[in-house]
Design a protein around this ligand. Sequence first.
Ligand SMILES: O=C1O[C@H](COP(=O)(O)O)[C@@H](O)[C@H](O)[C@H]1O
Length: 239
Amino acid sequence: MKTPELDLPSGIETHFSETPQEAAQQLADTVAEFLRGRLHSAERASLAVSGGSTPLPFFQALSRKTLDWGRVDVLLVDERWVDETHEDSNTKLVKENLLQSNAAVAQFLSIKQSGSTPEESLGAAETELTNLMRPLDVLVLGMGNDGHTASLFPDAPELSHAMNVKNRDALAAMTPPSQTHERITLTYALMREARFIALHLKGNDKLETLKRACSRPNDVLEMPVRGFLKSGLRVYWSP
Ligand SMILES: O=C1O[C@H](COP(=O)(O)O)[C@@H](O)[C@H](O)[C@H]1O
């Protein structure tokens, strides 16, 4: 495979693989190693993961890793406002693919609590995360071709609030007109301080989007993923 050309800000690590399975395996190896390291020095470790289609093989590979999963808190970076049985539910994806095998004993912290809208359930969802230690240990992000990451959508009226670094809330309700479902997302301030941050991408379209994001790195409201294109980020990509 010809290595893709990318003009990323300095200090960003890139891992280009031939196949999605290879990328997923590499990312799972690194995340498992990082969690093991954290569990040597801390009582619990946290793992915040994305939904969508890209993470499926990563979840399956990670679920088989040997580590003290009983001391790991797993949460989603974002959720669509649908029932857990709905095919668009990120919770369903995580429960069916990550919280299996060795990882079945991990603790799942649900950012979707009862309420008819994300806004209504924000209080209960914040309470669910009360015992989560800051900073997060591991954050694995995805990206859409509009430059969104988690549910930080460029067209959401709540974007400035959710991306404000002074906003100490863990969660924000999002109502992007471009999306079928309302959303709940971790805030930028919480995510950006994570100890380990990976951006997991699949497809040439995502590579083009990443190039576009790199071309004007400062306009984070136009493409929220730009907020994470900083030294320390690890990008995992495959066609
Ligand atoms: O809607 C979402 O989209 C992004 C990207 O998803 P993908 O299907 O292109 O992998 C995802 O990271 C986010 O968690 C999800 O809710």
